[in-house]
Write a new protein. Sequence first.
Length: 329
Amino acid sequence: MSNEFLNIKNLHIHYVTEEGTVKAVNGVNMEINKGETLGLVGETGAGKTTTALGILRLVPNPPGKIIDGEIFLEGQSILELPEDEMRMIRGNKVSMIFQDPMTALNPVMTVGEQISEVIEIHEKLSNKEAFEKAKKMLELVGIPGARAVDYPHQFSGGMKQRVVIAIALACNPGLLIADEPTTALDVTIQAQVLELMNNLKNEFNTAMLLITHDLGVVAEVCDKVAIMYAGEIVEYSKIEDLFENPSHPYTRGLFGSIPNLDEEVDRLKPIKGLMPDPTNLPSGCKFHPRCPHATEYCKENHPEDTEIAPEHKVKCHIYTGQVKPKGEI
């Protein structure tokens, strides 16, 4: 039996608008095994959320469209499935914690009703049985079951996030997609939510795709990490390898932007420039306009994945020997 739960091959997702075609995801390859956590890291606009929506086939259409690629869940191709079969996968086999808990909940339904709705659909329980299970799910995420009759506005931001996690985990999914689950929370609540998600993941042996721009969060909970830039995964590695040997110039730039308690420096080194416009992506390597090592070769040729260590791939011409780095790399 294969241990692989999710396998994405050469995924391309575009948003076709009157102003132009937004090339949001450009040839993403990704694998997640059962019980494993993969961190998907990148700046705003890198294509992280679009990739997650593609896995659930929730890319808004129009204007969004999956142009090319394959997505397999436990060996089953999901891009060809009819919509009614796909609905049975969402919330059951794959669940998603959406980015903002403030807008993810229905304000006119009690939290208990919102959790039990998922359970009724997928587990064919009666209304009463589903509501009792909803109470147990609330208790599992640290909220008293008696509060199932309360409405979202009666909860704080951190508690709303816990409710969203309870909804996502209600049917014990094989894969949990967490889209920046701690962004809207203060630091102490962030730590509690991350610990809760980690404990529940281990308890149910759930695979997890954690979308974030916080490398500290990645270090805390992930087994592997994929660094995303302009719709492409530019570096893919086990977590220890990435922190010990960040190799792509963009990854090194991200680490250079983080304060280090062991070093005394006057200023951090931010990455120069901005993310490229996805309607007008650069030729060749997408990072070349911001890369300190870029040459004419980088501007004209698109890099392919190069394996520099076991399970450590980098998309950069430096590692194929075509480009010599300017200084340290």
